[in-house]
Design a protein around this ligand. Sequence first.
Ligand code: 1HE
Length: 269
Amino acid sequence: MTSAYVPATGLLATLDLLEVSHGGAVTHVRLNRPAKRNALSDTFIQQLHTCFLNLPEATRAVVVSGAGRHFCAGLDLSELVERDIGSAVLHSRMWHAAFDAIQFGRVPVVAALHGAVVGGGLELAAACHLRVAESSAYYGLPEGQRGIFVGGGGSARIPRLIGVARMTDLMLTGRVYDAPEGLALGLSQYLVEDGAGLARALELAERIAANAPISNFAVMHALPRIAEQAQSDGLFTESLMAAVAESTPEAQTRLRAFLEGRAGKVVKG
Ligand code: 1HE
């Protein structure tokens, strides 16, 4: 499936820590620093940010994967030199901006995970909208052992996936979850054999890309916000979002297609 993908040109092609390619409406962003297990240097974070701010107009969904034996080893520890408090806050905020551009960007993002998904690598995976894990994937937050704390949005995003108690356990004890545990706990939504993750993620992304953009937007932007609202506020937000989506010409076209027997039925997977 990846063979149909063509390398990005222009700005995205200049991002040397990423390998970006396009296959129609799906863009594949591969973390491309395998010799360092895709450890996230400052430049790497900036390139990810640039990439997600500059996705082509035609992109409707993205897949993020990692080159080499691991998805991502997290923060590049070699850059963790002494920082004063001000620059440490700005460093963390740089990660937040980049990962917000993923979570609250224009299109849904599917992560294809294998090997180590640790520290900032897990924070990156948590900023994506769906996660497909290969059997080799494992999850950890070694920040506790390194004498630091999460700074890439993990404390806000990971408990929303697995709960505060499980994140506390990962950080205090250095516990590592394997791929089946990750599936059961909600770190991934899909579990596939080794080597099958990227193809599955691309297939899901293609399915996502076929949805109406306004529906995908609502899922990405309204769902997490409604989850944080009081129920009555959430219900009101839902009504507004539903009304916006329903009133688009694309919704009208799609509804008519179903009623006239021209659209697919919901069938068992
Ligand atoms: C690195 C990093 C890194 C590898 N920063 N250089 N993250 C961690 O604490 C995880 C640290 N890494 C590991 O536990 C292991 O490297 C792995 C389990 C991910 C992979 O093991 P392995 O045996 O495949 O590779 P390796 O031999 O350990 O590493 C290969 C090279 O990558 C080696 O460099 P080389 O020059 O000796 O070849 C490693 O030093 C280098 N490398 N991981 C820098 N993380 C916003 S806050 C986020 C806070 C965090 O993310 S803390 C968690 C950091």
